[in-house]
Every structure is written in C-alpha cells, then in structure tokens.
Design a protein around this ligand. Structure first.
Ligand code: TRP
Length: 327
C-alpha cells in the first residue's frame, strides 16, 4: 500500500472560530481526514507577528481547539499541536530566511492586505518573515497538501519556492507543498464585506446559539433594491443568498424564485437561512459542550499531538542538518 500524503495546516489562535474559517479551511481538513495523513498546528508564534500582548494566547488556543474538535477533527487520526512547543519551527525558520530575499517578501499580497486592514505603520522583521515561518511549519512535516482559505494561497506559494530553493541548494529533502482551496474559500461577512472576520464584527461563530445566529442574520446586508417584501430581489448580489447556497443548498431553487418573484421577503428568507445554519451547527455545539466540561481532555490531546509532531520534526531536522553539513 502506498503511503498516504501528508496534510499540514493550521490557524492562528485568535479565539472562537466563525463560519468563514469553517468553509474556507476547517471543513476541508475534516473531509480529507483518513484519505490523507493530517497534522494541524496552532500557530501561536504567528500571533506575535502582529501583537505582543500574550495574555490571551493560551485561552484563545483552547477555544480554537474546541472548535476544531467540534467540527470533526479526530485527534487520534490527526495530531494537533502548538507551534511554540516544537522548537524545530524556530530553527527551520532561521535557516529558510537565508533562502529568500526581502524584496520577494515585500511583494506578498496577503501581508499588504494585513498592513492596510490593521493600519500597521512600521512592520517588524518578524512580521515580514511571516510566510517564512509558515513555510517552516509546512515543510518541517513534509506537508504536501495545505488546505487553507484563499488569502493563504500566496503563503503556500512562498513555501513551495523555499522547498525548491532548499532542495536545489543543499539536496532533496522536502516535497513541494500545494494549496487546496474549498469552493467557498472566501465567505463574505454579514455586512457584505468580502471577508468574514471577528475584528470587523461581521461574523457568525461556530459556537453561536440559534437565537444569536438569527439576531445576527436579521441585521445582514441584502439586495439594496429590495425594500419591501413584494419587491423583486436579485439573489446573485445578495449575501444571504450566498449563505443559502452554502448552508441550504437543497432549497436554493425555491429561495431564488421566491426572492425574484417578490413572494419571499427578506425577513422570512433570513429566518430560513438561520434555521439551516443553526441546524448544521447543532452537533458542533453539542461536542463543544462536552469539551467545555472536560478541559483535561484538551490538555491530553495536545500533549499527545506534541509528542507525535516532535518526532516528525526531529527526523526532518536530522535530514536538514545532514544535507547542509551542519549540526
Ligand atoms: N497563516 C495562517 C492563518 O493565518 C496560519 C498558519 C500558520 C498556517 N502556519 C500555517 C496555515 C501552516 C497553513 C499551514 O490562518
């Protein structure tokens, strides 16, 4: 039997996850579990690229971990670990940083977007190196496939370049990783902005209760030309219809014709959408509640994942040292 391909993916621990995280990446991690050999990292070092207040990192890591488990990541199959616990990330990051120019890193569109959104005036050296650290994360585990949201694709491209550069300079150690996007790699936010994000306050969380989901949707941005119930609407430009397509796919034909004919008003349309979303999240909330009540399990899951990750990281770095004639 041939070896399963390795998946490496992760997220920064910023707390509870929202639907955008789910449909952009997490859903793919769960779907590909079994077919691939998955490793998932909690990118706590990466948080430091934009924030030096470390007080929430641990709590946020546990909130995110609960969402991963609630969404269906099976920690027996897929080791979950904190980046900062595996020191090889830092070493490989340092070595890879010699293989890429600052000009290449300054061209990174995801970084430019972040600088604009977060109004960063003076970028640190570590922040510029964000994708180099991410490349280290991926290739340390010889990740071949990286299921991420669309905004992360430029980072995976940099990881590819770095793997190739290492191999041609020092000898073949790393496979070249490839991104894997979902069909909803970027889910719009409730305000119609291109991206759902907690900091923009336009998100539905995976852990939100049904009444919260309905309340959030009631305020969602819709077709501005559909003012009254009987006005014909334009589903293709309506954000709520995008959510229907993703969470209520069996019924999109009916929603479309109801909206276009004016028979279905926005209030009812949002209620149906909210029911579909809340229904799909119900099993997540139930699983999450289990982990809320068993925090010791979370520590065990990480401890186990970190032993497994450490072993792979150590083996890869032995090959790196050998190829480079170092250490
Ligand atoms: N940059 C990713 C994000 O913001 C998080 C991340 C860190 C990551 N290391 C990774 C994603 C390695 C995939 C692979 O969500």
């Amino acid at each position: 039997m041939s070896r399963k391909k390795r998946i490496l993916s992760g997220m920064r621990p910023t707390g509870k996850l929202h639907l955008g995280h789910y449909v952009g990446a997490l859903e793919n991690w769960v779907a590909l579990q079994g077919e691939y050999d998955n490793f998932h990292l909690i990118a706590d070092y990466h948080v430091l690229t934009t924030q030096l207040d470390t007080s929430d990192i641990e709590a946020n890591s546990f909130e995110m971990l609960k969402d991963w488990l609630a969404a269906g990541i099976d920690p027996d199959q897929s080791p979950i670990f904190r980046q900062s616990r595996i020191k090889e990330h830092a070493e490989l990051f340092l070595l890879l940083s010699m293989l890429i120019t600052t000009a290449r890193l300054e061209r990174n569109p995801t970084l430019k977007e972040q600088v604009r959104d977060m109004k960063i005036e003076n970028m640190t050296y570590g922040h510029l190196g964000y994708p180099v650290l991410q490349a280290a994360d991926i290739i340390l585990y010889k990740g071949e496939l990286v299921p991420v949201g669309e905004d992360q694709a430029p980072h995976v491209e940099i990881a590819r370049e770095l793997a190739r550069r290492f191999n041609t300079t020092f000898g073949e150690v790393f496979p070249e990783p490839a991104p894997k996007l979902t069909s909803f790699a970027r889910l719009p936010g409730l305000d119609g902005q291109t991206k759902m994000s907690k900091s923009l306050d336009n998100a539905i969380l995976l852990s939100d209760e049904p009444d919260v989901i309905h309340g959030r949707l009631r305020k969602a941005y819709t077709d501005p030309d559909k003012l009254r119930r009987n006005d014909p609407g334009h589903p293709d430009i309506c954000l709520v219809f995008t959510y229907h397509r993703r969470f209520n796919s069996a019924d999109t034909g009916g929603i479309r014709s109801g909206c276009e004919s004016g028979f279905l008003g926005c209030v009812d349309c949002k209620r149906i959408c909210g029911e579909a979303i809340a229904g799909q999240l119900e099993p997540f909330r139930e699983k999450r509640r289990y982990y809320d009540e068993h925090p010791g399990d979370l520590r065990t899951i990480l401890a186990d994942g970190e032993v497994r990750a450490q072993q792979v990281a150590r083996e890869t770095m032995a090959q790196v040292h050998e190829a480079m004639g170092l250490g």
